[in-house]
Design a binder for this molecule. Structure first.
Ligand code: 5AD
Ligand code: SF4
Length: 441
């Protein structure tokens, strides 16, 4: 039998790229490829790229540069660029870096096996179309191998919101939802292979409206149906826009036991002026009121969010509005970024209003200090409590396992390997900024 060919994939950016990389690896599995964790002896290298913030494209070119000696030593090596940089840059990538054989956008990666054949035949292969039919309909059924206890499942892609700073509507395209039956099928299949926790993914996942008999389903209805799957214990979803938090989804946080008490709900800024300039279509007070409603349904909800500082035109006062919102809302975890102009987005035209880099850096530091303090307070509040932990893998110390609490906090515990894939009660005894420690209750 022929040696299997080796595929090295490097994934940048969001969880959806992690999911896409898995699917691309599976698609190439059908052509006799197995994945490898080093590029050194690979037959094919694939960079699954991200374009959300600065210099993403530059990073890709410098990474590609590093593969030059490999390509020289093994001319048979095929190199591909996938993901959002591929979508945004297209053929430009091959023009700048001729050793690239394949460029494939996020909506056409079901064609990767064909593109690889083209590349093997010595032709450059490019596909950055937004095809009419969903790529999912063309991907092979997922293989039956046993899986880790947690998995991502993409249910929605693309975005119609057009926040002024964001490339997603251009790189991932318009909002599309996978049909309910397809999602249920994939979820059932994951559970049969050992998955206990599924995170539903979408750029705007709470706008999900998947086709079903009798009309489209919203995300809450989908979650309630998924919760009926025996053996599936935990459901999460990410990421959401405040304006799509429908009533039933809020209610589900209170009455659907399998929906975990963790919510990533970005607000981006606490200033109404900046929210307007960002085209977010809500005010700060709307967001604060929404959080209050969700917390009324699920008081122990751990809230996460995203923030951008230094958006064009942001004044010190606008920034202080953001700090005030954070003080009021109290986050258990959050991501914050300096604004980075993305070519082709409306905000990128406002060069004259750019906040000086030092000012933006200083604001980011102040915001992160506050968010880190809040995160640590949430972590410390766990000490003395019992958390239910889904164990995922061995920890760094001998005899230790790592898992996640309901609130998505990492928890380290001395526990036997047989608990991997199981949920156990853990008494939390210590809290660090990023992880908790405890003992089996
Ligand atoms: N600059 C900085 N941060 C950005 N994000 C999206 N676009 C930009 C940009 N141009 C952030 C937002 C979003 C997260 C995924 O990335 O906070 O929620
Ligand atoms: Fe980008 Fe999210 Fe705004 Fe859509 S809702 S444009 S993905 S930041």
């Amino acid at each position: 039998m022929a040696e299997p060919k080796k595929l090295y994939i490097k994934t940048y950016g969001c969880q959806m790229n992690v999911y896409d990389s898995e699917r691309m690896a599976e698609a190439m599995g059908g052509k006799g490829y197995v994945t490898t964790d080093t590029p050194d002896n690979a037959d094919m290298i694939l960079l699954n790229t991200c374009h959300i913030r600065e210099k993403a494209a530059e990073k890709v070119y410098s990474e590609l540069g590093r593969f030059k000696p490999l390509k020289k030593a093994r001319p048979d090596l095929k190199i591909g660029v996938a993901g959002c940089v591929a979508q945004a840059e297209g053929a430009e990538i091959m023009a700048r870096q001729p050793m690239v054989d394949m460029v494939v956008g996020p909506q056409s990666y079901h064609r990767l096996p064909e593109l690889e054949e083209q590349a093997r035949a010595g032709k450059k292969a490019l596909d950055t179309d937004f095809p009419e039919e969903l790529k999912f309909d063309h991907l092979a059924k997922r293989p039956k191998a046993r899986r880790a206890p947690t998995a991502f499942l993409t249910v929605q892609e693309g975005c119609d919101k057009f926040c002024a700073f964001c490339v997603v509507p251009y790189t991932r395209g318009a909002e599309v939802s996978r049909p309910v039956a397809r999602v249920l099928e994939e979820a059932q299949d994951l559970v049969e292979r050992g998955v206990r926790e599924i995170t539903l993914l979408g750029q705007n996942v709470n706008a999900y409206h998947g086709g079903a008999e009798g009309g489209a389903w919203g995300l809450a209805r989908l979650i309630r149906r998924l919760a009926e799957i025996d053996g599936l214990d935990r459901i999460r979803f990410t990421t959401s826009h405040p304006n799509d938090m429908e009533d039933d989804l809020i209610a589900a946080h209170g009455d659907c036991a399998k929906l975990m008490p963790y919510l990533h709900l970005p607000v981006q800024s606490g200033s109404d002026r900046i929210l307007k300039a960002m085209n977010r279509k809500h005010r700060a007070a709307d967001y604060v009121a929404l959080i209050a409603r969700i917390r009324a349904a699920r008081p122990d909800l751990l809230l996460s969010g995203d923030f951008i500082v230094g958006f064009p035109g942001e004044t010190e006062e606008d920034f202080e509005d953001t700090l005030r919102l954070v003080e009021e809302v109290r986050y258990g975890q959050a991501y914050s970024f300096k604004y980075s102009p993305r070519p082709g987005t409306p905000a990128a035209e406002k060069e004259a209003k750019m906040v000086p880099a030092e000012v933006a850096s200083e604001r980011l530091q102040r915001l992160q200090d506050l968010l880190n303090r809040q995160q640590f307070e949430h972590q410390q509040a766990m000490v003395g409590r019992t958390a239910s932990v889904l164990f995922e893998k061995a920890g760094r110390m001998e005899g230790q396992l790592v898992g996640k609490s309901e609130y998505l906090q990492a928890v380290h515990v001395q526990a036997p390997d047989s608990l991997i894939g199981q949920i156990a009660q853990v008494e939390i005894t210590e809290a660090g900024p990023n992880s908790l420690g405890g003992r089996l209750a």
